[in-house]
Structures are given as C-alpha cells and as structure tokens.
Design a protein around this ligand. Sequence first.
Ligand SMILES: *Cc1c(COP(=O)(O)O)cnc(C)c1O
Length: 388
Amino acid sequence: MISIPFNKPYLTGKEAHYMYDAVYTGKLSGNGKYTQKCQKWFIQKYGFGKCLLTTSCTDALEMAAILLDIQPGDEVILPSYTFVSTANAFVLRGAKLVFADSRIDHPGIDESSLEALITPKTKVIVPVHYAGVACDMDVIMEVANKHNLFVIEDAAQAIDSYYTGKDGEKRALGSIGHLAAFSFHETKNIISGEGGMLVVNDERFKERAEIIWEKGTNRSAFFRGEVNKYGWVDIGSSFLPSEVIAAFLWAQLENFEDIQSRRCKIWNEYDIILKEWSAKNGIHQPTIPKFASNNAHMYYLVCESLEQRTLLLQYLKENDVLAVFHYLSLHKSDFYQSKHDGRVLSQTERYSNNLLRLPLFYDLNKKGQLKVVQLLKECLSKKNVTNI
Ligand SMILES: *Cc1c(COP(=O)(O)O)cnc(C)c1O
C-alpha cells in the first residue's frame, strides 16, 4: 500500500552542485554571488523594490518591525488566522495585536473590517496572503493611506501570485505593500530548507534595511565602496543567510517554471475531481477571488463541521495518507487570549475548526492523488451507510 506524506521537499538536482561551488570558491558567509543572483532574479521577475535574502520569513518579518520603528504600545492589525511569526515579530517590539477576522469566502483578512479596528495608536496592517491567494490590496492600501499606516504583506506562501487592481493592472504579491516577507521553508513552493526574503518597496527604508540586515553596520555600503570604513550605525542583527543556502535557493529558482506548472496541474486536478463530491457533502473548495491568481501553494477544503473534518483526517491517516488541519486562532492561543479584546472572530474559528489541507507536492503522482480522492469519497459514503 502506498503511503502519502503531506509534503515532500522537491529537489531539482542542481542544489548540491551549486552548494559545492559556493563552498569551494571559498565564499561561505552571506551576500555573495548566489545571494546577489537570487535577489536580482526576484527584482527582475516581479518588479520588487530592494530584496534581501534572510534566514527565514520570521526574520524578514522581524526586520520589517524594526524598520518601521514599532514601539511598545503601537497597535498592529493582523488576521488571527495566521502563523505565529506574523504576530511574534511585533510582540517582540512591545506592540499590541489587534486581530481581524477572515473573509467568509476565503481565510484572508476581511478588508471590510479594518477601518473599525483603527485607533490613533495603529501603526501597521499586516495582510497575510493565505494559500498564496491575494487579499484585496486596493482596499487595504486605501485604508492605510487614509490613516497614514504602513502595510507589510506576509507573502510567505505567495511566491508568483498576483493581484489585479481596480485599474486593471496585475501586480505581483509582495510588490504592493511598503514591505513584504517571503518564506523558502521546505513546506513552501520554492525552498532552501529554512530561508526567507524581505522586500522593501518604499524608498525611505532601503538604506536602513541593509544596515539592520548586516548587524547594524554599514558594511554593505563599505563593500560597494560608498564609505571608506564600516562601523556600528544602528540596531540590527544577523539576518542574512550563508551563501550555501542561497546556492540551494538558486537551483530552485532556475527550475521555477517547472515547479510551478507541476503544482498547478495537481491543484487543478484536485479541484475538478472533488467538485461534485464537495458540493454534495457541504464542503467548500478554495475560492480564488476575481482580483487574485492562484500559485498552487495549497489545496484545502473547508469542511461542514469539526466532526466531519476529524472523520476525514482520521480515515485518511488510517489509510496512510497524511492530510492536516492548519492554524489555531491566535486570539485564542495560550499566549495571547488574555490580551485579546474579547471580540468574537467567527470566520477565524470556522477555518480553525473546519479547514483541511490535502497532500500537494511536486512528486505526487496521479496514482497517489487518486488514492487521496478515493479515500475522501469512501470515508463519507461509509459514514452515510452506517447512519442508515
Ligand atoms: C511559513 C510562514 C511563515 C514563516 O516562515 P518561515 O520561513 O518558516 O519563518 C510566516 N507566515 C506565514 C503565513 C507562513 O505560511
């Protein structure tokens, strides 16, 4: 019997070659040839401002919070349905989190709820492009501009996804907010084990971002010959990855189109073969709003109830298929619930209880995928039989 994991990291075959090259050319620390190649690739392909590779998306978010000078008492609006790093980055600087609910049709932030959450202390809005599907960025940027707020896109899952605005222009996610953070964790589309990237679209932050990246020094400017010595000029940390990691990432970027088209094929297959079954069982398939594109980061289902989800997850597991649920609401977490203002976030709860993610990775073959689908169908029809 074939067993199917939830995720299996895909290797293009060139990773070890480039890592070997990085090692034996003797440039092991950060910001060398491979780092530059990767950063340039993103700028050229997506029209991002400055790109800085980091050791994780978590680090990129922490850099963003430092860059925006988040101070104790500042308020940050973010969805409750997200990964802890979206929140931690700001809590580390003493900020207060104000959680927004998700959309009814999609786990992304409910943009219509934002205006009511803004106070004189609000400093930043952090939309998370869940499953790589865009939040409604026109509305979010309008609200932010009106109230003089910054926008940091948590684009951890959003590589190669787009937003089409009211002006009809299609923009890459990560190019719209003042800042954006990407992840190359092994569970994402493009990987380097652990890895991430900060995108700086706003001119005002470009120089300082580089300083924070390099431990609070102006070392990058020194290497470019812009200053004749380098020293301590600001706060910072060691956010840049070694060349070995950047070399790994470069191999992935070279095979980018292949990886994306394979993932999209699997995603579309799921979507087609589960259509009738989902509708019949009160299960929602992913909605891609008109303004968004799909980067096939994730195939998820929103079940009718927690019981139904548990039943499906268990049945798949008993049959060697690992499907998984996703975020637990941050506003109900052990760490933050006592600090949350008590508002009920019903859509967040719904996704926490009912959302189920199916295996989706490059090497998932047709046979494997059909097994997943077969088990889903079998599980609910068995239940119906026992009910009769
Ligand atoms: C994966 C992920 C992160 C964290 O990325 P790391 O690179 O593991 O630090 C943050 N936010 C979201 C929405 C994610 O999916």
